[in-house]
Write a protein that binds this ligand. Structure first.
Ligand code: NAD
Ligand code: MG
Length: 416
């Protein structure tokens, strides 16, 4: 890979949409909030259900969706008894139905249309969008189109369709609350409801753990295996985001996510490596103040903030012991050894369709790496080749985005 290559070419920040992406007024109904958890069987989904279980007077689980792990989905359904479930296909739906307790017969939906139906259902107030990857786009858009409160973990949908989500939320009054710990931290640091301090921001500082290869020499990184990449030092997460953390693509996607949520240009979003994962991000204001959010590296904190918003409910996560921790350290990311971060910034500057290409090539390359068909550094090379081959195109709707996504994946797989 040529690391000095300039494709996509550097270009100035495009004029960003200004202000926070969505409405921030959450309707108070006086009854428990009815949750749909999409991606219930994954790392975020399981954590969301733990938060819901801790406050049974506040939350009712109205719908659960998973892809293939029907055993876990059946256990979750038996515990929470939602009226609706969804899985990837007919065969899984039949397997799921067979595992449910006698006398409990929820509506079982199938595939992307099924996930979207759950996200937009009248019986749902809050949608936890925690499907991994581009598969989360259609259900997230359905939730936004239906004007829901969306606890958004699926950062890929903002990378793919930030403008579409912003425009749809403006029309429907949907409330988008970031679950991603960095963006949740910024949301909290900027004053919570109404984000009064957003116009005062001089720069946003996203923290990154640095992943399992933070201190490894370049030649060792090049020989990294899937098992090594999956062994994240501070967070327990699903496989795709764990590999993204090892390549720093996760931080690249999060830079795009931060721009899409805040309306700030990419030049105002910085990344620092903070191996302890206690400071979840910082906002620097125009008087030099740095406002940070600190907490344990446990996603339940961010999830609970979104589910209870604007109320803050007690939570039984481990507390940070500052004396035991004793030091919080910060360092610059090694961008030459982790080129995905720079590729993400360049994709964002290059135009609306380049982040779609970046994301699709990354998802295809990560899957190939996990299957042992691509070396670790082949992930960045695949993404760079996809960006270089892309001239930009108009993406008027979700169908056009998903069509480009599919073409880029096919090209990335053919290249392997
Ligand atoms: P995971 O792999 O643990 O779980 C993914 C979930 O999505 C599972 O329930 C799976 O069944 C479902 N899924 C997978 N493919 C699907 C498809 N084609 N259609 C429908 N459902 C499908 O992933 P995760 O770590 O929980 O991450 C979920 C999302 O949250 C990702 O977008 C990730 O970037 C984001 N996120 C995760 C963390 C974390 O700590 N895990 C933190 C911040 C953001
Ligand atoms: Mg994050």
């Amino acid at each position: 890979m040529t690391r000095t290559s300039l494709c996509p070419p550097p270009c100035p920040d495009a004029a960003p949409a200004s202000g926070y992406i969505s409405s921030l007024s959450v309707p108070e109904t006086g009854r428990p909030r009815r949750l749909a958890v999409l991606g219930a069987t994954g790392s975020i989904g399981v954590s969301a259900l733990r938060v819901a279980a801790e406050h049974p007077d506040r939350y009712v689980v109205a719908a659960l969706a998973g892809a293939t792990n029907v055993t876990l989905l059946a256990e979750q359904a038996a515990a929470f008894r939602p009226a609706a479930l969804a899985v990837l296909d007919e065969a899984r739906a039949a397997a799921l139905a067979a595992l449910l307790p006698a006398g409990y017969a929820p509506d079982i939906r199938i595939g992307p249309a099924g996930y979207a139906a759950l996200a937009g259902a009248a019986e749902v107030d809050v949608v936890v969008s925690a499907i991994v990857g581009a598969a989360g786009l259609v259900p997230t858009l359905a939730a936004v189109a239906a004007g829901k409160v969306v606890a958004l973990a699926n950062k890929e949908s903002l990378v793919l369709a930030g403008d579409l989500i912003r425009e749809t939320a403006r029309r429907t009054g949907a409330v988008i609350l970031p679950v991603d710990s960095e963006h949740n931290a910024l949301f909290q640091a900027l004053g919570g409801p109404g984000l009064p301090d957003l116009p005062l921001v001089e720069r946003l500082v996203l923290t990154a753990s640095g992943g399992p290869f933070r201190t490894k020499p370049s030649d060792e990184i090049a020989g990294a295996t899937p098992a090594m990449a999956l062994a994240h030092p501070t967070w327990a997460m699903g496989p795709k985001i764990s590999v993204d953390s090892a390549t720093l693509m996760n931080k690249g996607l999060e830079v795009i996510e931060a721009c899409r949520l805040s309306g700030l240009p990419v030049s105002m979003v910085e990344v620092v490596v903070h191996p302890q994962s206690i400071v979840h991000s910082l906002a620097q204001l125009h008087d030099g103040s740095l406002l940070a959010h600190l907490g344990p590296p446990d996603m339940r904190v961010a999830i609970a903030y979104c589910l209870g918003y604007p109320a803050r409910l007690p939570l039984s996560v481990p507390r940070v012991d500052l004396v035991k921790l004793s030091r919080l350290t910060f360092e610059a990311p090694r961008e030459r050894d982790f080129p995905c971060l720079g590729l993400a910034r360049r994709a964002l500057r290059a135009g609306a369709s380049h982040p779609v290409v970046l994301n699709a090539a990354n998802e295809a390359a990560v899957a190939l790496f996990l299957e042992g068909r691509l070396p670790f550094m082949g992930i960045a090379a695949t993404i760079e080749a996809a960006l270089c081959a892309h001239a930009g195109e108009a993406l008027p709707d979700a169908a056009a985005i998903l069509d480009l996504d599919a073409r880029v994946r096919r090209a990335a797989e053919a290249r392997a």
